[in-house]
Design a protein around this ligand. Structure first.
Ligand code: DP6
Length: 351
């Protein structure tokens, strides 16, 4: 028997992935860029055991057993990693130095998040990244991290970006087989220590429309989507990469807010429309714009972004964070413990 445990962090996109050109292989209609958050605060942890004595593959998610055969995306990740291991075993055999036939053993997978899955905080990204990374370690695959991300992409698109720390681009690629659609690191977690993220849990209710269903509905029905994919995102990706490399918070903040707003605009342009933001989300947007307007030199002090749910992620330079936490606490008093607000004092540290 062989057992391996790994953790993977959450990533929050600043240029959003929304739309697939191939739903089986999970190939996106545009490239995207994200910031990986500190693992100390939010992560998924996966343990996998492979043993010839096991009857069949089994999976436990947050302590509850799920039918692994019903999870096609996970099945694809197993198939890909096992195929690479199988080729390694065949090569080793041919060279007269056989290795353990791990690719033939059933596995037991146990995966959990250290944060509530229902909170809509990109749990599929860290979960699938942890699964595929653990498989790659279990099978001792000698492949690059981008190659591991290419496999994780087939579990959940955004998962491919959680394989790296720091600032990460998922390059959409052009090929039909998806071999050029994977994540690359733009800058490591040490690059911009002054940038921090604050997660405001507006609601921990499960979202009404899943990302997977919502994005395909947008592709089918939104007339604005073509403009976004073809004429807006490519230039934004270049602008965002430059902003990150230059540690230019002004460009980073404006692009982040504009891209979040446009993503929610195409959701609204979907027919029937998809609403992910609620009144509190919109009030936080307004608060951040008013806060930015108080800046004496006209410089932006904070930026918000929202994924497929009402929870806000606020990016800001370290010096502004205490003020922002105070502002949010003042205007949106929580009836829960302050732990509802996850400040990230370490910036983007990955594992
Ligand atoms: C709004 O990666 O969850 O968070 O590929 O169908 O699993 P699937 O979708 P998923 O979509 C994430 C969408 C997003 C934007 C982003 O993270 O880039």
């Amino acid at each position: 028997m062989k057992t391996v445990t790994c953790t993977a962090p959450v990533n929050i996109a600043v240029i959003k992935y929304w739309g697939k050109r191939d739903t089986e292989l999970i190939l996106p209609t545009n490239s995207s860029l994200s910031v990986t958050l500190s693992q100390d605060i939010l992560h998924s942890k996966t343990t996998i055991s492979a043993a010839k004595e096991y009857d069949h593959d089994r999976l436990w998610l947050n302590g509850i057993e799920e039918d692994i055969t019903k999870n096609k995306r996970m099945h694809n990740c197993f198939r890909e990693t096992r195929a690479i291991r199988q080729a390694m075993e065949a090569k080793a055999e041919a060279e007269g130095k056989p290795i353990e036939p791990l690719s033939t053993y059933p596995v037991h997978v146990c995966s959990e998040n250290n944060f509530p899955t229902a909170a809509g905080l990109a749990s599929s990204a860290s979960g699938l990244a942890a699964l595929v990374y653990t498989l790659s370690q279990l099978f001792e695959l000698t492949i690059s991290t981008s190659e591991v991300s290419r496999i994780a992409r087939q579990g959940s698109g955004s998962a491919c970006r959680s394989l790296f720390g720091g600032f990460v681009a998922w390059e959409m690629g052009e090929k039909e087989d998806g071999s050029d659609s994977y994540a690359v690191q733009i800058a490591p977690e040490t690059h911009w220590p002054d940038l921090q993220a604050l997660i405001c849990v507006v609601s921990d209710a499960k979202k009404g429309t899943s990302s997977t269903a919502g994005m395909q509905s947008t592709i089918k029905t939104s007339l604005l989507m073509n403009e976004r994919i073809n004429n807006i995102v490519p230039a934004r990706m270049e602008g965002m990469k430059k902003a990150v490399l230059d540690k230019d918070f002004q460009s980073f903040a404006e692009l982040t807010m504009r891209d979040s707003n446009q993503f929610h605009a195409v959701c609204l342009d979907t027919y029937p429309p998809i609403f992910y933001l609620n009144d509190t989300s919109r009030a936080i947007i307004q608060l951040i714009h008013e806060y930015n307007a108080t800046s004496p030199d006209g410089k932006l002090k904070a930026a918000y972004t929202y994924d497929a749910g009402p929870n806000a992620v606020i990016y800001a330079p370290k010096e502004n964070m205490a003020e922002i936490i105070q502002l949010i606490g003042h205007y949106f008093p929580s009836n829960k413990e302050p732990a509802e607000f996850f400040a990230n004092p370490y910036n983007a540290i990955s594992g």
